[in-house]
Design a protein around this ligand. Structure first.
Ligand code: ASP
Length: 316
């Protein structure tokens, strides 16, 4: 469990991001991997904080931050997504507006460059919350979102992870193979919160498997009455715990702080056998994160200008 990290002293605006939880330790990441991840996290904080500092909405900020991480091959979302067992990339994403509790999500999409923006289109330009597979791809083309060839998502590193997994008969849920999901939560100057999450899922996933990331209430949730949550980890356990909604419910109904709610719900996930983490921000500008893995790519910034980027459990 991470050390509590709460910052209620900068209510102007807040942004917290993650790039996935997993087995990252100083001796398992190369210096180049460490530096690339930190650069990517900083770029995403830059994009999201530019929106918030300009008076933009939390919703725009989380979309902007997640798009940067989707485009960065260091993370398991958009470009650099992990491979399915069949050697394809199937992408999941969700976004939610805490002001109205409007939400949109996509699962198993294959050609949209930025799945988080497609999720937003589902939210704003359809009567639905979750579209999946071929239908979601068709909706994306229909609405004119930027399409890319499958090669755009595929990187040699992720291909090697799939090959290694197949060669060793490792489980698709080997924690060292699935880190890199991305997410953002923000609180804007008007006190509204929003959350977004985007992922390639887990290496070697089969049979149309969908994790927690695009499921509203599991991997992603935002509610101005409580806070905004984006999760990363062994998705099946996060679905069973209803992690993101459960955290918000504890804040709203039990009066927990975000930190207590996050730590409690992550302990519940661990008791089920799952691992991972969450990032959190609240309507009063509270910031927290909690994770049960050796590391989580993460960063936070607030209106005061204070910024943290961290990977390992003993940082930040
Ligand atoms: N939660 C994601 C999933 O299960 C994976 C991850 O966050 O690493 O699809």
């Amino acid at each position: 469990m991470s050390a509590p990290t709460t910052d209620a002293s900068h209510p102007g605006w807040t942004l917290v991001i993650h790039g996935g939880a997993g087995g990252m330790r100083r001796d398992t990441l190369t210096p180049a991997q460490d530096a690339d991840a930190r650069a990517g996290l900083n770029a995403a904080l830059d994009a999201g904080s530019a929106v918030l500092a300009g008076g933009g909405s939390a919703l725009d900020a989380v979309e902007a931050a997640v798009r940067v991480l989707e485009d960065d091959p260091a993370f398991n979302a958009g470009r650099g997504a992990c491979f399915t067992y069949d050697g394809t990339n199937e992408l999941d994403a969700a976004i939610m507006d805490g002001r109205t509790r409007a939400a949109g999500a996509v699962a198993g999409v294959t050609a949209t460059k930025n799945p988080v923006s497609l999720a937003r289109r589902v939210m704003e330009d359809s009567p639905h919350v979750l579209l999946a597979g071929k239908g979601a791809d068709a909706f994306s083309r229909d609405r004119g979102l930027e399409q890319v060839e499958p090669d755009w998502f595929a990187t040699p590193e992720r291909r090697t992870q799939l090959d290694t997994m197949k060669a060793s008969s490792a489980s698709a849920f080997d924690v060292d193979m699935k880190y890199g999901t991305v997410g953002a939560v923000a609180r804007d100057r008007h006190g509204h919160v929003a959350a977004a999450t985007s992922t390639g899922g887990v290496t070697g996933k089969r049979w149309g498997r969908v994790g927690d990331s695009p499921l509203i209430g599991a991997g992603t949730y935002a509610d101005d009455r409580a806070g905004a949550v984006s999760a990363t980890g062994s998705g099946e356990f996060f679905i069973r715990e209803g992690v993101a909604h459960e955290i918000c419910a504890r804040v709203r109904l039990a009066g927990d702080t975000l930190q207590t709610a996050g730590d409690t719900v992550m302990a519940n996930v661990r008791a089920l056998g799952g691992t991972g983490g969450v990032i959190l921000t609240g309507p009063a500008g509270e910031i927290a994160w909690s994770f049960t893995t050796p590391g989580m790519y993460r960063g936070r910034v607030s209106a005061s200008g204070s910024r943290t980027v961290a990977i390992y459990a003993d940082e930040g």
